[in-house]
Design a protein around this ligand. Structure first.
Ligand SMILES: [Zn+2]
Length: 809
């Protein structure tokens, strides 16, 4: 959703360091967080003394096979009759054989071994599946010799390790309090070869977001050592690949949130207090404990149920595993609805940046949202905001009313269509708006007259104008142009307004439904940015940040994604859209901006990073943020899914382009895609099917009406061809020119197919498309073409003039 300034990008997936710790003091013990007695039993779990010794016990858990050669297994005591853990000490081996080829090759890259086979001497298991019974009946009773320390280590790691901080106890409580059988299996592996900090998880509700979110996938292997960080494997349950249920649109979270009513007050100091009424529906049976996303510094004071009764809830210290869970009065059956009201607040969710500038730190988790739902859960919103009188609020949805109440400005907003997320921006802002006639649309810009403190300090009071208001006409113009252009290419949006607002972070923009945050520096002119040291010669960042974020109104907000495997479409298509913007908005200068943009995109994909990897080699687009790991580099995803995702769509556009009908074919494809998936998540496979529905005859390179060849090469694969063009012009007996050429494709495997466009630069300087060469494998084609109707010899011939094919430069 966000576009970062490259030089200053942040490693968003690394969690913040937690230093201090404190005890939560509750006024009313009955309503205190974390006080549920079953939860407390799980939280304080140790070993019971019950033990078995095992010899050659094999535990098969999806793609993992644990061979326990010999040793002792000690159990934890039952809670509500369920034994949820065991500690193995002895000699063992785990083998992981992922069901997907892409996972097997990724694991090979990360481990530098052909097979993942890890020996261990200790194994801590947590489970709600049948593990207890299975182990118990395979062993013989043993006594004594149980050491609870390995268990305690894993409890500490989950609670305090800055890479983890996941409340596993609360997750286990979900299954312990459910009348249904659980399916959770977690193995903490003390490996000898790769790493002693390995966690293997199977969670039918989606594997937890330990380093990066991988839900809805259920099976995951992570290593969380500082020097060896990464999701080493993630996939759906093996049975789901066989049944066809393994898709990115799978809904594995326990609930879907249908409606949110959020009443939020933000004081001048930036203190936030809120009341959220959350209506949801259970997606499986036996839902008693519900996990939510809520920013760790927003502390829950009270949760009440439908009859106003206080409900027990869990939220550990903000520096620990602070995940928010609510315990319902009874278990819900599938499709049953329920509603809770949460009161919460905190001083550290919004930051006061000075002079009426505020920065929302809790960006998309300032209210309790569906855990594990990512952006695939579409919800309707009613928002009320109370902010200091005189300040202005811009939020997602339509403004229903704006009033003053005492010293507060009160605005009410309503979503025009279900949204994947809700957001806001506020401060001492001025607003300007423009009404578009075609499409009928309202675009507004919000900016602050006075810069935040950091810009004041940098500026030293001596330089140009830092008022963003002076420049607010530019984002307004850019948004106006982009809305018109994108509506023409992608079809109408399900809503009729967009607010372009400034945000005080200079290094990224972010898009929300009907709302965009632009970095405040994009409001400044070139001179001021230079004075602030922010020009950085950065690959056209300032030119594309607004068009990229506006494009997310289609990609991410209207058409969503539910899995990290499909996120490349949101970012890639937004980057692609920015290329359309550059092509149209600067057309009077010819295609220079457009071609420079694609050259820059290619450089991002092909430049080696500090770890020695080119983004294109780190893995396919569908690995998304998992590509950020300590082997291939912790910020390599940005260099892959944005530019290469953009290239994929660009290549499709260029293949569909026709001399007679121009972009008509491509527009029809994209409009069909938006219309079909508006208000829900689309997968990579959904998009592929849409391209196949609209593909031209020329694109059918395998003669099967499928685009497998293209998606296997560029989306699911890491292919990068090299091209060479040799040519000459000669004049025939009739004096008319003809074109002799040879196109060579190399550095590919034998099944690599491509349509490679050839262009001519005519004597008058115009560039015309001659046609597309069809190449397979490492091969050449040679032709002699009479240039009918052409009097003068062309100046030169060019391959891929518009960067039509992603290839080596
Ligand atoms: Zn983006």
């Amino acid at each position: 959703m966000r576009i970062f300034l490259k030089q200053m990008k942040v490693v968003a997936w690394l969690r913040l360091v937690a230093i201090s710790c404190c005890v939560f003091a509750a006024e009313n013990p009955a309503a205190a967080p974390n006080s549920d007695s079953t939860y407390q039993q799980l939280r304080n779990l140790s070993l019971s003394g019950e033990a078995v010794s095992v010899t050659d016990l094999t535990l098969r858990r999806d793609a993992a096979t644990f061979h326990l050669h010999s040793g002792t297994i000690c159990f934890v005591p039952p809670v509500q009759g369920k034994v949820t853990g065991a500690v193995f000490v002895g000699e063992g081996l785990v083998i992981l054989d992922p069901p997907l080829a892409v996972e097997r090759s990724s694991l090979k890259l990360l481990t530098r071994e052909d097979e993942f086979a890890e020996h261990f001497s200790k194994l801590v298991l947590r489970f709600t599946d049948g593990s207890y019974d299975e182990i118990k009946k395979s062993g013989t009773a043993a006594s004594g010799g149980c050491n609870a320390e390995p268990l305690r280590d894993t409890q500490n790691a989950m609670r305090h390790d800055r890479m983890l901080k996941y409340n596993l106890d609360a997750r286990i409580l979900e299954d312990v309090l459910s009348p249904e059988a659980g399916g959770l299996f977690v193995a903490f592996i003390h490996g000898k070869k790769y790493n002693d900090k390995e966690i293997f998880v199977i969670d039918p509700h989606g594997a937890p977001p330990l380093l990066v979110p991988v839900a809805p996938e259920e099976v995951e292997l992570v290593t969380y050592d500082e020097d060896r960080l990464g999701v080493w494997a993630s996939f759906h349950l093996s049975t789901e690949y066989k049944s066809g249920a393994a898709t990115g649109s799978q809904k594995n979270s326990v609930i879907h949130i249908a409606h949110q009513q959020l009443d939020t007050t933000i004081e001048k100091s930036a203190n936030l207090s809120a009341k959220a009424t959350t209506e949801f529906v259970a997606l499986s049976s036996g839902v008693r404990v519900v996990p939510f996303n809520l920013h760790r510094t927003l502390r829950v004071q009270e949760v009440t149920g439908e009859d106003g009764q206080p409900l027990p809830f869990i939220q550990e210290d903000k520096n620990d595993d602070a995940d928010f869970y609510v315990i319902l009065p009874k278990a819900l059956s599938r499709d049953e609805k329920y509603s809770i009201t949460t009161r919460y607040g905190g001083k550290q969710a919004v930051s006061n940046e000075g002079s009426g500038n505020y920065y929302p730190i809790a960006r998309d988790d300032w209210y309790p949202s569906c855990a594990g739902g990512s952006l695939g859960d579409y919800t309707s919103y009613d928002l009320t905001f109370r902010i200091p009188k005189g300040m202005k609020m811009a939020a997602t949805g339509s403004l229903v009313s704006e009033n003053t109440d005492g010293n507060q400005s009160v605005t009410i907003w309503k979503s025009d269509a279900p949204q994947p997320v809700a957001g806001f921006q506020f401060g001492n802002m001025k607003m300007e708006e423009v009404k578009l006639a075609k499409p009928e649309f309202m675009v507004s810009a919000y900016a602050n007259d006075t810069p935040p403190d950091w810009a004041h300090a940098l500026q030293g009071g001596t330089m140009g104008n830092l008022s963003a208001i002076v420049m607010m006409k530019q984002p307004l113009r850019e948004a106006q142009f982009a809305i018109g252009l994108y509506s023409n290419f992608f079809g109408p949006l399900p809503f009729k307004r967009l607010a372009m607002t400034q945000q005080t972070a200079c290094t990224y923009g972010q898009s929300w439904p009907e709302l965009v945050w632009l970095p405040i520096c994009s409001f400044y002119d070139v001179t001021v940015r230079h004075q602030l040291g922010l020009d950085l010669g950065d690959r056209g960042y300032w030119k594309v940040v607004a068009p990229h974020e506006v494009a997310h109104q289609w990609w991410g907000q209207t058409v969503g994604f539910n899995s990290y495997r499909d996120q490349w479409m949101s970012e890639g298509f937004a980057d692609f859209s920015a290329s359309l913007f550059l092509q149209s908005a600067y057309s009077q200068k010819g295609p220079k901006e457009f071609i420079t943009f694609w050259d820059d995109e290619r450089k991002s994909i092909l430049e080696k990073n500090a770890q020695g990897y080119r983004a294109i080699d780190a893995g396919p687009l569908t690995l998304g943020y998992r590509l950020n790991n300590s082997r291939t580099g912790v910020s390599i995803t940005r260099d892959l899914i944005y530019p290469k995702g953009a290239y994929v769509l660009h290549m499709i556009r260029m293949m569909m382009w026709d001399r007679r009908t121009g972009d008509d074919h491509f527009k029809a494809t994209m409009q069909d895609f938006v219309k079909t998936f508006a208000g829900r998540a689309a997968t990579t496979e959904d998009f592929k099917a849409m391209v196949e529905k609209h593909m031209t005859q020329e694109m059918d390179l395998e003669g099967n009406l499928k685009m497998d060849w293209f998606f296997d090469q560029y989306v699911y694969g890491t292919a990068l061809p090299t091209y060479k063009l040799d040519y000459s012009f000669e004049n025939g007996a009739d004096g008319l020119p003809s074109f002799n050429f040879k196109v060579t494709q190399s550095n590919v495997d034998k099944n690599f197919h491509m349509l490679v466009p050839i262009y001519l630069e005519l004597a008058d300087g115009r560039i015309v498309s001659l046609g597309r060469a069809r190449l397979s494998g490492n091969s050449s084609i040679e032709r002699k073409l009479p240039l009918n109707g052409m009097k003068d010899r062309p100046r030169r011939a060019l391959l891929n003039y518009y960067d039509d094919v992603l290839a080596s430069p």
